[in-house]
Design a protein around this ligand. Structure first.
Ligand SMILES: NC(=O)C1=CN([C@@H]2O[C@H](COP(=O)(O)OP(=O)(O)OC[C@H]3O[C@@H](n4cnc5c(N)ncnc54)[C@H](OP(=O)(O)O)[C@@H]3O)[C@@H](O)[C@H]2O)C=CC1
Ligand SMILES: Nc1nc(O)c(N)c(N[C@@H]2O[C@H](COP(=O)(O)O)[C@@H](O)[C@H]2O)n1
Length: 227
């Protein structure tokens, strides 16, 4: 495989929403699930999010547990995995938490549509990788990440990036915490948005495990990529 092993980790409400119609971050996970997410971060080479998530949530994507950061250091790795933003037009704010918080490498993946001045500014903060004309070419990017030594990639959303990764056959597993709340709203983002599959292309999953966790359930799925 010339791309990293890739999994999506997400938290959704019982009605499949990952945030509100205003795209406002909601605490869906409980403490146990957040700790599980931290372990996933700590054991990944890189974490990827879309620019929509950076603009909505301003996440730091750091490993929160000091012990886990120390364990990474002991193995000769940076305290935090490489943090990657998928951002065709180079809109990532220079004061985003992803740049400010925690040590470690950052990558901003842009496309040919990113203005040169934005790229120059981002290069002060991150390695900038340019693929694709209008939007980031995710298949080409994944090959490049693989050649950089990124073998285990965690995708933390949002809904549009999840769709793009899944519909390009780039995801191996999906971990979804389903919380005990209903968010509703036709326009609220779901686990997978985008344009959606035609009936003949619907993606099949194989249930790997289900576990009661906090006040919800953790579902682990393997993606059956046929392409
Ligand atoms: N509950 C949870 O677990 C999580 C919830 N969220 C929520 O998700 C929401 C954000 O999701 P969403 O708005 O969908 O944004 P995303 O984070 O999915 O980012 C989508 C953006 O990525 C850029 N992009 C670049 N290249 C591509 C490509 N090839 N294919 C697709 N997109 C590409 C596009 O912007 P451009 O063209 O400008 O590059 C696109 O609009 C927020 O409300 C956040 O709170 C987010 C993460 C986890
Ligand atoms: N697993 C999970 N559960 C929830 O309830 C959530 N709201 C999220 N959101 C994701 O976590 C990111 C925050 O990361 P930092 O704490 O800033 O490091 C946020 O952007 C979403 O990706 N996840």
């Amino acid at each position: 495989m010339d791309r990293p092993f890739t999994f999506i980790n997400s938290a959704m409400s019982a009605d499949g929403k990952i945030s509100t119609k205003e795209r406002k971050q909601v605490r869906i996970s409980g403490d146990v699930d957040f700790d599980r997410m931290d372990e996933l971060r700590a054991t990944s080479d890189a974490i990827m999010v879309g620019i929509g998530t950076v603009l909505a949530d301003d996440p730091s994507l750091t490993v929160k547990s000091e012990a886990r950061r120390a364990a990474r250091k002991n193995k000769g790795a940076d305290e935090n995995p490489v943090r990657i933003v998928i951002d065709s037009k180079g809109r990532t704010p220079l004061d985003a938490d992803i740049f400010i918080k925690g040590e470690g490498k950052r990558v901003v993946a842009v496309s040919g549509s990113a203005p040169a001045d934005k790229v120059e500014e981002l290069q002060q903060k991150a390695l900038v990788i340019r693929t694709g004309d209008d939007q980031v070419d995710l298949c080409a990017l994944m090959k490049e990440l693989n050649s950089m030594g990124i073998k285990r990639l965690m995708v933390e959303g949002g809904a549009t990036l999840n769709w793009a990764m899944l519909s390009n056959g780039l995801v191996d597993e999906v971990y979804s915490f389903v919380g005990n709340l209903l968010i509703g709203g036709a326009s609220a983002p779901t686990l997978v948005d985008g344009s959606g599959f035609a009936e003949s292309d619907i993606l099949s999953l194989e249930l790997m495990s289900m576990e009661k966790m906090d006040e919800g359930v953790l579902l682990k799925w393997a993606v059956i990529n046929t392409g």
